[in-house]
Design a protein around this ligand. Structure first.
Ligand SMILES: [Cu+2]
Length: 160
């Protein structure tokens, strides 16, 4: 039992997630991708999957300006396989637009997400030179307890 909990804790910390952009709607026009992204946590190592009929759309990774203006760099080659997988390699803001027609500016086919650092199974160590306030230490303990509780609930669920 304990080993199982530990194994789940470790895998929960290292397993990358795959997000299908727009879920069943896929990558298309007239879909609110910001609402779709709300509440989701993207981490380094996770993947975005853009699904669409080949030729109907494409995927350009752009910067903030390109996102704002719906313009991809002239020499940029878009992803266009119809099932494009993007691995989130670095933390920070990432911007994606469709470069077909006016899908971005008129159809709102654009997505911006914030990628968080890679999930780690180990709790962050307090800085050695600083005296950790008691509340911060409690915070670490309680978050570990929360993870343990979640793991136990999960184990109980799969065993029922
Ligand atoms: Cu499009």
């Amino acid at each position: 039992m304990f080993i199982l909990v530990v194994a789940i804790l470790i895998s929960a910390g290292t397993l990358a997630k795959e997000f299908v952009v727009g879920d069943d709607s896929g990558w298309t026009i007239k879909f609110d991708y910001q609402t779709w992204a709300t509440g989701k946590e993207f981490h380094v190592g996770d993947k975005l999957v853009f699904n669409y009929p080949v030729g109907a759309h494409n995927v350009h990774k752009v910067n903030a300006t390109g996102f704002q203006d719906c313009v991809a760099p002239l020499d940029a080659i878009p992803l266009a396989t119809g099932s494009d997988v993007v691995t989130l390699a670095t933390p920070g803001k990432k911007w994606y637009i469709c470069g077909v027609g006016k899908h971005c500016e008129v159809g709102g086919q654009k997505l911006v997400i914030t990628v968080l650092p890679k999930l780690s199974a180990s709790a962050p160590a307090p800085a050695p030179q600083a005296v950790a306030p008691t509340s911060a230490a409690n915070g670490v303990v309680s978050s570990v307890l929360q993870m343990l509780l979640a793991a136990i609930v999960y184990v109980v669920t799969i065993m029922v």
